[in-house]
Write a protein that binds this ligand. Sequence first.
Ligand code: NAD
Length: 487
Amino acid sequence: MDNRGNTFIGGRWVGATGSQLITVLDPSTEACIATVQESSDQDVDAAVAAATAALPVLRRMPVTDRAALLLRFAEELERRSDRLAVAVSQEMGMPLKLCVDHQVTSAVETVRSTVRALVETQFSERIGHSTVYRDPVGVVAAITPWNYPLLQTVSKVAPALAAGCPVVLKPSEMAPLDAFLLAEAVAAAEWPAGALNLVMGTGPDVGEYLVRHPGIAHVSLTGSTRAGRRVSQLASSSIKRVSLELGGKSPAVVLADGDLAAAVRHTVHSVMVNSGQTCTALTRLLVPFQSMPDVEDLAVEAMAGYRVGPASDPSSDVGPLANANQRHNVNEHLERAPIDGARIVWSYPVADLPDRGFFVPPTLYGVSDHRIAVAREEIFGPVLVVIPYVDEDDAVEIANGTDYGLAATVWSGDEERAHAVARRIDAGTVDLNGAPFNALAPFGGHRQSGRGRELGVHGITEFTELTSVQHTIDTSHDTSRETELPA
Ligand code: NAD
């Protein structure tokens, strides 16, 4: 058993002084694998004070030095790849064989792509007789979830540091172990003391105390829409800036001339990988009415090809859900869906699920009314709903018919046609024909999927504040870009 009593504050490992012990369970076995000492209010105060002390240091640091430190951070994470993969697999249940690629390499690449974006970021520009500066916003509170714990954390920490903002990180209480290794990597990369500070605890106590803290300038949360709403309310009392990366119920829209087999394979994969606990999972497959039978056959064949099992078993493709709450939520949806009129097309044999662990059977539904809960609410489990549409207008209306707007895909033999439909979909990211992820393009949600953007230049400028300095003479002819922040 791993007992963690320390957190990382002001460049040192110090004892946490909260009264509660957080218990970390292995979702594959339900056994306790670690305890983590919660941070007290005083620990959070110390973390914010250390970050505040680091702010002028980071603000003055040339961009090129911040880029070099970020590259070292990426190297130090990479050096810890195996340990990070084991930590993430144990704390949230993704099969170990998938963790290096899906959880660690993706995080390392996100740090490296942040460096590429940093080089492109314009920290000052001339507009008429003004010089407009992008200054670091101040101390950032990063509050992160359990589903891709390392990736979600670096998606905040790397751009905040790139912008010159020190960070106080509160990782998910459900999956806190990788954050210790991340702090180790920041220290090994020799970021100045206080650039990253770690506090531990649950959302309602440590999370809310941090959000309310007067020393925090910007709160960046990835999590549920419920938590986003609460954090927005708390932050508004002191007019803090807030970025929210929240839930989704993303559609895959297959047009009549789309490649059905490729679309189904891609969509099923997005729902099965990480047991459906991916914010951008394409959980609604929208297909022409007449294609329903073919699509259902293809989807059954694809889903049945995934083996569900414990995270440590090399033959497992799909692990358990990450925690008991999540299993409860998904099971509630599975019970309710047929009552609401969803037709079960296929379900993983329950007898083949492991006896212990937070497992649920991956399930495929056919749905004619897209307004029922299973077709409208985020489930965050391996559950796919196929919905028929009559024409393109109907497809677009169904695609936009939830409270969310995080991601979507559009499939067509004619990419221009797919593009035209994509422009009618109200979502932050729309992929055409299974196009690969672009870590330099802005990522974030419309409507209740959130506010603000991560990744690329937009992810960095999210953590900056504009200052306009007016000159007495017009310098608008000088459009030179400055790559260093003003001292
Ligand atoms: P959650 O909202 O329960 O917790 C997320 C984080 O917020 C945790 O660190 C938690 O402690 C903290 N938190 C919760 N309530 C809080 C409060 N009142 N004040 C301050 N902090 C609080 O979410 P989760 O269950 O960990 O993650 C799953 C959710 O995250 C899903 O809805 C998923 O869609 C969403 N998600 C979104 C993205 C994205 O980029 N849009 C990425 C991953 C996950």
